[in-house]
Design a protein around this ligand. Structure first.
Ligand code: ADP
Ligand code: MG
Length: 248
């Protein structure tokens, strides 16, 4: 694709405050981060440190109080709700801990849903390819209740990828899965990055999950407390998250 930005997501001095005065909660407080194309970044930090807020700001689901977010070369700041909705629909894929599949629809119908919502006729080949990419070509006609948790999450990932988003955002994607199933989902995210050039930002509290990432961003009180570039082993990540101010 021509003119693909080198950094599909950029946060420039992003703050998100709730309330004002002495009761103000600084969910994000001057966060500056750029996420490079074809990388997997893990965002970590204690509960309440701003991880979900960061992801929601990157997804255009929440608006910063100050600063700007640029997704796929577009500054979200000036966009009205309609333009934001279109950008979210066409350029951003989101995966949640709870899968959020439609229980009455088959895997293939779930994957095709974003295209239908966009008023596009789903191409069966495209849907089959998306399911194949997550290793579920043979489960196309299964409803979510007939799939394991890991399989449901892979359907959710296929659904997020069907529009070929500039970035895939995942909030605790393995938070509801056991260790073995988590590994399969993380291996899939890794493969999407390595083989298909997908950019992925994943919130996790699990050092073992973050060890799959190319970079680990550590938040504390709405600020970037640490930023580890390159693959880092789980033990080191666990040590850093326990005491981010102590150098390794
Ligand atoms: P995390 O995902 O790391 O647990 P969040 O981004 O959900 O953290 O929240 C960061 C901080 O912002 C927390 O202190 C949380 O209580 C606060 N917060 C989040 N959303 C709201 C809101 N709508 N109103 C008030 N405070 C909020
Ligand atoms: Mg959260």
């Amino acid at each position: 694709m021509p003119n693909q930005p080198t950094h599909p997501v950029e946060l420039d001095s992003v703050s998100r405050h709730h309330g004002t005065g002495e009761h103000a909660v600084r969910a994000l407080d001057g966060v500056g981060l750029r996420f490079a194309r074809a990388t997997l970044t893990a965002v970590m930090g204690p509960s309440g440190s701003g991880k979900t807020t960061l992801l929601h700001c990157a997804a255009g689901l929440d608006r910063p109080t100050a600063g700007r977010v640029v997704v796929d070369g577009t500054d979200l700041t000036g966009l009205d709700e309609h333009a934001l909705t279109l950008l979210r629909r066409d350029r951003i894929g989101i995966v949640f801990q709870a899968f959020n599949l439609v229980s009455a629809l088959t895997a293939a119908q779930n994957v095709a849903l974003p295209l239908r919502l966009a008023g596009r006729r789903p191409d069966p080949g495209q849907v089959a390819l998306a399911l194949d990419r997550v290793g579920l070509a043979d489960r196309a006609d299964h409803r979510p209740s007939a799939l394991s948790g890991g399989q449901q999450q892979r359907v959710a990932i296929a659904r997020a990828l069907i529009v070929e988003p500039a970035v895939l955002l995942a909030d605790e994607p393995t938070g509801s899965l056991d260790t073995g199933t988590s590994r399969a989902v993380l291996a899939l995210l890794r493969e999407l990055v390595d083989r298909h050039g997908q950019t992925v930002i994943m919130v996790t509290h699990d050092p073992a999950a973050a060890a799959w990432a190319d970079r680990v961003v550590l938040l504390a009180d709405g600020r970037v407390a640490d930023d580890l570039h390159g693959r880092t082993d789980a033990a080191t990540i666990a040590r850093r998250t326990a005491s981010p101010e102590v150098p390794a």
